[in-house]
Design a protein around this ligand. Sequence first.
Ligand code: NDP
Ligand code: 8X3
Length: 253
Amino acid sequence: MSHTAIVTGATSGFGDAITRRLVAEGWRVVATGRRRDRLEALVEALGGPDRIHPLVFDVRDEAATKAALASLPEPFADVSVLVNNAGLALGTGPAQDCDLAQWKQMIDTNVTGLVTVTRLLLDRLIATRGMVINLASIAATWPYPGSNVYGATKSFVRQFSLSLRSDLSRHGVRVTSIEPGLAESEFTLVRTGGDQAAYDALYRGADPLQPEDIAETVRWVVSLPPHVNINSVEIMPVSQSWGPLQVHRRTPV
Ligand code: NDP
Ligand code: 8X3
């Protein structure tokens, strides 16, 4: 494996923390996202263009994604670790109240975008006997009211990760699905359309996971010897656990 990783969605939250952690561990990182100013700030913060290469594209735009990945200069082109982190949730309401455009944006980003980046990099990952790390979610496994399409996109990511394993193991390529629970990041502001009160209420008193916890998990996964594959990692803050299944009763009973 070369020591070059690509991290999608590096402009905030998990992707930003993963990029910082990998660079601190001596990796070269291609950091991607739509917000150029944030990527430029990251390059500045992490010591300049020798260690980190910014790549601005929207994962929903196949042509732009293809052009961006084809433009990578050496040694950044020699990617051996792909961290598919870019993604989002939009909305918290029940399915019957949801906006179809938001559903499609989640599918286009979390599913189609992730698949596009993966397919475009597969030859390089096989050539380097590399690794794919996908950011799924506990919502892939544990549905909750309002998880509807978001949860379904993450189920896709989880299952795609396991299926990729079956195709790639003969090439020595490892695949891991990381499935975090409650984690504090801009994710919740994006999901709620910038509702700071909802953000504060969700995390208050919960000691949620922090992006650095996910970065530490990625560091651990990439540091394991080449014969070891972590298939999936489900991570929650201690404060989060399972409730009873809900029962909706007719009224009057
Ligand atoms: P953030 O909102 O902080 O970061 C999301 C990142 O995704 C940003 O860098 C954003 O970059 C990028 N992104 C979103 N849409 C696109 C797009 N169309 N093209 C390119 N990049 C895009 O969220 P988190 O760091 O919390 O989330 C990262 C991943 O982890 C997501 O896949 C999320 O579903 C998952 N996750 C999050 C959890 C949480 O509770 N926070 C828990 C479990 C999983 P930009 O806007 O610059 O394009
Ligand atoms: C984010 C975690 O529980 O909000 O994927 O769906 S959750």
